[in-house]
Design a protein around this ligand. Structure first.
Ligand code: ADP
Ligand code: ASP
Ligand code: MG
Length: 825
């Protein structure tokens, strides 16, 4: 037999904002195959605010209320007009016209007496729900005459008593009315107005702002529904307010208690009262997105599931802290009682309580708008103690927010509080008060409101993001940079699933333009997005963007050769941003600058990785460090550090002129655009400097001989002139070649480093059998002689240039960085 139980759906204002929304909602409902559907609706998005404002305008006798009412009419008739036709459109608009003239009557009366009684306000505010219900019922009827067409005015059913704690449902009365209004054999879709109800006197009232969720839960209880589905504009209850925390994730399952705690502490997607009727009747609540109905949403029920994390984090602002302090409270029973009695009598509700176990002070959090009242009643209640000095002061601190982490799974699990306070501490946020309920379902901290968002983001990243989430900015997407982006794009998914490593490239900058991405830039099409959306280059803006509060680590990858960019490293490192780079400039400049880098990294607790500055991806710096750290003594480092020079002397065999080979190499892209940058030996000298500094030597360029292969007379001319005049020197090169050949030697451009800072760079003739004489094309080769590798040196050889290998080396540094940041994770 078909299930005759009701299913209740609720659509909030965000799901009913315009005609497109109504069409979507109609589709969702007609797709449901239950026999009996109740659909509770809110007013169209923003409508209730506008209606409330009408009464405010009228109260001030400001006749703009007429224009505003006309504007509502226009919005409603436009929406209806694009959804309905024929008689049903006429019927809906006629009904609206009748309502509008009733509203006009009320507003005119308000304007006349310049005062709007609560009842009149409630009546005006409640029309939004009536209009939505009427319109949705008509849409459903138009698409499915058998199932649609019914709408129920909740004022004929829901009866409440207004109390200090909000509306209390009179269940027996409401149930009796429900049974009378809704036929026992009803089948189809009944649209129901949310928000509005009737009070004991039979007059209209409302369930308070955002009350439609409550209406929906009441109808779920009255109809004995199997489920309550609340449709909104987010995929479910999120781990934090998605408007404040871009990284927020959907919580798949929650218990009623967890949802209640989150709702109470400000997760605005749900209202605490909603849960009562559902909990009492054990009706599961599902939060879903009407704009993305394929997402399963969040399910709230009595069932707990084992979880190894908290459920959510919330922030509520507009809080004041009241602190009662004095030695006179120690060991005196009843102080807390008197405090809370005074607050209760004044109708002040307390949001959080914290008492030091010394009993020297009690601290409470209250809503900011009752802070003054609270101070007054507490000061009065303790007037005697204040006078005698037993209590020193009643202090109020305004502009506070409560940050709360919530989850049943926290009970009995050590480490949650440590993580919570640890992340707040690392983000530099000062905590004013702390409270943990003994249910261990909630830990709360009070912080200054101006730091609340930062606190929320920091805590969220501490609990939800992989500790290996890297926010990356890449400077210089040229040959190496763009190869690196392709490599990251290909590997990202696997690194995420296999190693929990989350690489998010969030900025890419060329010299004049830069692209910033929110979560991460789609690396499959970054060039197109760059062309369309790039902003003016601004390094400061880029830095702020990649180093936000809500991501645990930021890295800048510098693939430029710029000295200007290199000059920024120290600042970045100091501010905790890691640096990965193949750019040699920062490490081969002055000793003072170099020393500053090390201090900066220590201060910022950050890392700077630059393996690819020597021999591209060949593991030269890593090997050298391993040798040193494991206690070996380096006697010498020698080798060929330039792929370009290696190539030139590999190919030069005396049969062709040296100048011809230089030209050919330049044409094949084996040299810098100006080949003198390679032939001057400066590039090799920089690499040698970097290695010497790893050995602890205080060396600078200029301290050791560097033999330039650029003839003196050609050092200052244009590239063209240089290339044109180079043949004048072919004879010199040939003579050197002949001499080496005669001694059974080969010409090689070598770098040498001894233990006593005896560095040198220059052209030498090496024995034809020596490993340096037997390398391939653009190979680099480095030979370490050490105490351990004394007779037979350690040799590293292989391609030491090229965009692909260099990018691979930079990528390797990035992975090493992730390892440093979260060892063992
Ligand atoms: P509706 O109009 O459907 O009732 P609301 O605006 O009342 O929608 O509630 C949905 C909004 O609640 C979301 O758009 C989101 O911005 C906000 N929100 C705040 N905290 C959370 C949270 N923890 N999870 C999901 N949404 C949240
Ligand atoms: N329309 C009402 C409001 O805006 C009720 C609701 O949407 O839940 O407060
Ligand atoms: Mg809502």
């Amino acid at each position: 037999m078909a299930d005759r139980r009701w299913k209740i759906h609720k659509f909030g204002g965000s799901s009913l904002a315009d005609a497109e929304c109504f069409r979507r909602v109609t589709g969702i409902l007609l797709d449901c195959d239950e026999l009996r559907l109740g659909v509770v609706v809110s007013a169209m998005g923003g409508m209730t605010d506008v209606l409330i404002n009408l009464a405010i305008l009228a109260e001030r006798d400001d006749d703009r209320f007429k224009k505003e009412l006309d504007a509502i009419g226009e919005r409603y008739s436009d929406t209806s007009g694009s959804l309905l036709d024929g008689d049903s459109l006429v019927a809906v608009l006629d009904a609206w016209g009748q309502d509008a003239s009733d509203i006009m009557g009320i507003l005119t009366a308000i304007a006349r007496v310049k005062s709007a009684p609560q009842r009149s306000r409630d009546i005006v505010a409640g029309y939004g729900e009536i209009w939505s219900a009427r319109l949705l019922a008509a849409c459903l009827e138009q698409s499915s005459p058998q199932r649609g067409g019914t709408w129920i005015d909740a004022r004929n059913i829901v009866t409440v008593r207004q109390t200090e704690l909000g509306p209390a449902v009179l269940w027996d009365v409401s149930q009796a009315k429900m049974d009378k209004v809704v036929a026992a054999d009803f089948e189809g879709i009944a649209v129901i107005t949310g928000f509005i109800a009737t009070d004991e006197q039979g007059l209209q009232t409302t369930l308070g702002r955002n009350g439609s969720d409550h209406s929906a839960a009441i109808f779920a209880a009255l109809s004995g529904a199997s489920e309550l589905i609340i449709w909104t504009d987010v995929d479910g209850i999120m781990s934090a307010d998605p408007r404040l925390v871009p990284e927020a994730q959907v919580i798949e399952r929650l218990t009623y208690d967890e949802a209640m705690e989150l709702a109470y502490f400000g997760a605005k997607v749900l209202h605490p009262q909603t849960l009562g009727p559902a909990v009492d009747n054990d009706i599961p609540i599902i939060i879903r997105n009407s704009r993305n109905p394929s997402h399963p949403g969040s399910r709230i029920s009595a069932e707990a599931i084992a979880a190894d994390n908290i459920k959510g984090i919330t922030a509520i602002g507009g809080i004041a802290l009241l602190n009662l302090e004095g030695a006179g409270m120690i060991g005196v029973p009843g102080t807390a009682d008197r405090l809370f009695a005074a607050l209760k009598n004044a109708g002040v509700s307390v949001t959080l309580i914290s008492q030091a176990s010394s009993e020297h002070s009690i601290c409470i959090a209250v809503p900011h708008d009752v802070a003054e009242l609270a101070r007054k009643v507490v000061t009065d209640a303790f007037a005697d103690e204040l006078e005698s000095g037993q209590i020193q002061s009643v202090e109020v601190t305004e502009a506070q927010s409560i940050i709360a982490v919530v989850g049943d799974g926290m009970a009995g699990r050590p480490g949650i509080a440590a993580r919570f306070f640890g992340t707040l501490g690392r983000a530099g946020i000062n905590i004013r008060a702390i409270a943990q309920g003994s249910s261990e379902r909630n830990i709360s901290a009070v912080v200054d409101s101006k730091e609340a968002t930062k606190a929320l983001r920091a805590v969220h990243s501490g609990f939800y993001l992989s500790a290996k989430t890297l926010s990356i900015g890449l400077l210089g997407p040229g040959g190496v940079g763009s190869a690196l982006l392709r490599q990251i794009d290909k590997q990202a998914e696997r690194l995420r699933t296999d190693f929990n490593l989350d690489l998010r490239v969030r900025a890419i900058a060329r010299s004049k333009k830069m692209l910033l991405g929110d979560t991460s830039i789609d690396l499959g099409h970054w060039q197109d997005v760059f062309d369309a959306d790039a902003l003016e280059y601004n390094l400061e803006q880029l830095e702020t963007h990649i180093n936000p509060d809500h991501l645990p680590h930021a890295v800048i990858i510098d693939c430029t050769a710029s000295e200007l960019v290199a000059g920024q490293y120290a600042g970045w490192l100091e501010r905790g941003i890691h640096v990965v780079t193949p750019n040699k400039k920062a490490f081969s400049g002055s000793m003072t600058d170099h020393a500053r880098l090390r201090t900066a990294a220590r201060m910022g607790n950050s890392h700077c990785l630059f393996e690819t500055t020597v021999g591209a991806a060949l593991p030269i710096i890593t090997t050298l460090r391993d040798l040193i750290h494991t206690g070996d003594t380096i006697r010498s480092i020698e080798g060929i550090f330039s792929g370009t020079l290696a190539y030139l002397f590999n190919v030069y065999d005396g049969t062709r002129a040296f100048s011809e080979i230089v030209n050919e190499a330049r044409a094949s892209g084996f040299t810098e655009p100006d080949p003198r940058d390679d032939l001057s030996g400066m590039d090799v000298a920089r690499k040698l400097t970097i290695l010497a500094r790893e050995l602890g030597q205080d060396i600078e360029i200029g301290d050791f001989p560097v033999q330039s292969l650029v003839p003196e007379s050609l050092r200052d001319c244009s590239i063209d002139e240089y290339l044109q005049r180079l043949p004048e020197f072919d004879a010199d090169f040939h003579a050197r070649y002949e001499k080496a050949q005669a001694d059974n030697k080969k010409l090689r451009y070598l770098a040498r480093l001894g233990p006593d800072a005896s560095a040198s760079v220059g052209l030498e003739a090496v024995d034809a059998k020596h490993p340096f004489a037997n390398i391939n094309l653009t190979d680099n080769i480095v030979q370490f002689k050490t105490d351990r590798y004394a007779d037979n040196p350690l040799v590293i050889q292989g391609p030491g240039a090229g965009p692909q290998v260099t990018a691979g080396g930079v990528f390797g540094d990035l992975l090493r960085l992730a390892q440093y940041l979260s060892p063992g994770a």
